[in-house]
Design a protein around this ligand. Structure first.
Ligand code: WTA
Length: 640
């Protein structure tokens, strides 16, 4: 396969090349794609100055990403399976779509979107479960140049509304319902509630998935099957500029308002294909399965775009790892003879807790490469994955990256880079990580620990935050001059391998999902009895981090007090979704604040970790007694 590194020596050579001559390096890779018009310049950029970040890859190049998935591959792959869909309920039939079939469906749905007035540059919000129509809808948007904004179907109506409003979406695509294990989620009803606040939306397209009766608003709501009836699948791809927006994906940051991370067409295409091929070392005929949801970036880059650009067979699964039982993942591996399996540490830890017997009863001999993403993997989970799932013969790629980076940044290349448990190892070609101290001084050499930054653009990086370029600059480029700030802390060991330690900002990584503490606080504060709250992360055996909320409430009766925890949880579920529900809630009479009124989260974090012995300097606190009270209360909390 072109552009695939096949040995460690070649990796080091390519890495050197990519740093010495980034334009030449990425230009050569992009040559293997199909461009309507070639670029004039590989890269034009600045991380500083008033329009920063300014990042333009493949300047004036024209292309359509779907032509690179379909037309470019069609001759070879028309009858090859592109997507295998495994339903939530194993008793239901699976769906297999060849590249030819998927292409026809994408073109037909693209025409259908045009029919209702969706044009190049319009935003389309997609709120679908993990069904093939999700991939079809996103690719149809890309085909006509509409910008997709996929919202994870576990978010609440209120969170969905915020995202639809921010993107000013013209159309929302959903289904009547979605399934997760034995739960049915009424997606259309959630969309209806959200849309009460979203004047920009002209139509809701509804895919019939479970067939239950739903409320239907004439003229506004359109069934997917009615919309495509009689629509042709002849379609010519819209010609896009390399820097035209491909999609927006909202992610959590340090403030309450989610950020719309913007990715553009040319660079994202080149980067996701290159990283997919090299990290996973995918070969023709392999069956690749990433268990993420397409509502998160992992699904965008490594279920849909990266694999399909490569011409891979990619598995999509609607259900959950533990239903109908804890052997479900391994049933699926066995059923489709999966060769590449990519999941999150949190899923691995949850399965470790269920016992080895769920794994050992299955034939997993097809597996060749294992991957993890989303959060640091602890050594115990890594070893279990390696020994019990991989039987000691599959390399593990621990892939570090972010919504903002578009694709994998630091990771072993499967079977090529020697691995060490819990280390993401080495940067991919083209990626220049640096560690800095809090003053921004670069920590050179090995065996150092600091704040992880990236010093040179790469094609898959974010270009802006939707509608607010200044926020992008402030968040990622203002802390240290000329550097992209990742928000993670990392160690570089004696050999130059990277270990990602975790977030250094106010973001908690819960089960591999990013949750901003401010977002959760804003939601908790919506409860009428809540005066103030402070949220921190704490170590959680399965989730990696759990959410710990310290809450000040108004005076309450005993009955109110007995219900308040559940009510707060319900409030968070209503405003964000169940993923952000606090694991622990402690009602307190005050919060540790400095004289200037700033909450000292460091102290709350320590207490949450159960380590109140060394709280550091508390002399600047307005009222040190509050801390003692919280420590006492925390003991009760931990015991329960
Ligand atoms: C964390 C997910 C350790 C990290 C692709 C990052 C990881 C955040 C790893 C991004 C890893 C991701 N080891 N930590 N292999 N991969 N992270 O935007 O804190 O949902 O900043 O993107 O997840 O999460 P996001």
């Amino acid at each position: 396969m072109v552009n695939k590194i096949t040995s460690l020596a070649e990796y080091f050579r390519k890495y050197q090349e990519s740093v010495a001559d980034p334009d030449g390096f990425w230009g050569n890779i992009a040559e293997t794609h199909f461009w309507q018009k070639k670029w004039d310049q590989v890269l034009d950029w600045s991380f500083e100055g008033k329009d920063a970040p300014r990042v333009n890859w493949f300047v004036n190049g024209k292309l359509n990403i779907t032509e690179n998935i379909f037309e470019r591959n069609m001759f070879m792959r028309k009858d090859q399976v592109a997507i295998i869909w495994e339903p939530n309920d194993p008793k239901d039939p699976e769906v297999k779509l060849t590249y030819g079939e998927l292409f026809d469906k994408v073109k037909q749905f693209a025409n259908a979107l045009k029919k209702i007035g969706v044009e190049k540059g319009d935003r389309v919000a997609i709120y679908l479960p993990m069904i093939p129509e999700l991939a079809i809808a996103m690719l149809a948007c890309a085909r006509i140049g509409a910008i997709h904004s996929i919202v994870f179907a576990g978010f609440s109506a209120s969170a969905l509304a915020d995202r639809v409003i921010d993107a000013k979406a013209k159309v929302v695509i959903t289904s009547d319902a979605g399934f997760r294990g034995n739960k049915t989620i009424p997606l259309k009803a959630i969309v209806d509630e959200a849309l009460e606040k979203c004047p920009s939306v002209e139509h809701t397209i509804v895919y019939k998935h479970n067939g239950d009766d739903i409320k239907f608003k004439d003229n506004h709501d359109i069934w997917w099957h009615d919309l495509i009836k009689g629509v042709s699948s002849e379609n010519t791809a819209e010609v896009m500029d390399a820097e035209d927006m491909l999609f927006i994906l909202y992610t959590s940051g340090s403030t309450g308002k989610p950020k719309g991370v913007v990715h553009t067409t040319g660079g994202y295409m080149v980067y996701t294909e290159y990283t997919f091929k090299n990290v996973f070392q995918y070969n023709d005929g392999d069956i690749y399965w990433c268990t993420a949801d397409i509502g998160w970036v992992t699904g965008h880059s490594y279920i849909v775009y990266g694999p399909l650009l490569t011409g891979a067979t990619s598995v999509m699964f609607e259900g959950v790892p533990t239903w109908p039982d804890a052997g479900r993942f391994w049933d699926i591996v066995d059923k489709y003879k999966i060769t590449h399996f990519y999941t999150a540490p949190t899923a691995i830890r949850a399965l470790v807790a269920q016992g080895d017997q769920w794994v050992t009863g299955h034939d997993l001999s097809s597996l060749r490469v294992l991957g993890t993403v989303g959060e640091p993997i602890n050594e115990e989970a890594w070893r279990w994955y390696h020994d019990v799932v991989g039987k000691g013969k599959c390399p593990i790629v621990d892939t570090w990256w972010q919504t903002e980076t578009g694709g994998i940044m630091i990771s072993p290349l499967a079977g090529i880079t020697p691995t060490k448990p819990s280390l993401a190892t080495l940067p991919l070609p083209g990626i220049q990580p640096v560690l800095v101290d809090p003053e921004g001084n670069e920590l050179k050499g090995n065996a150092v620990e600091g704040i992880l930054c990236i010093k040179y653009p790469w094609p898959g990086m974010l270009r802006t935050t939707y509608g607010d370029h200044q926020r992008c600059f402030q968040t990622y480029f203002s802390a240290f001059r000329g550097l992209y700030l990742t928000g993670d802390g990392a160690k570089r060991d004696e050999e130059g391998y990277y270990r990602i330690i975790g977030r250094i900002d106010d973001v908690i990584n819960v089960s591999g999902h990013r949750i901003g503490t401010a977002e959760v606080e804003d939601a908790i504060n919506q409860h009428p009895k809540v005066v103030e709250s402070a949220v921190v992360g704490y170590p959680h055996e399965i989730k990696g981090s759990g959410i710990y909320a310290y809450v000040i409430c108004e005076e309450m009766s005993d009955t109110d007090l007995a219900n308040i925890e559940n009510e707060i949880k319900a409030t968070v579920t209503k405003f964000i979704g169940p993923i952000a529900k606090p694991d622990k809630i402690q009602i307190v009479s005050g919060l540790p604040k400095t004289r200037s009124g700033k909450i000292m989260r460091r102290i709350l974090r320590k207490i949450g970790e159960g380590d109140a012995t060394n709280l550091g300097d508390t002399s600047t606190l307005l009222d040190p007694h509050v801390v003692e009270e919280i420590i006492e209360g925390a003991k009760v909390e931990v015991k329960r």
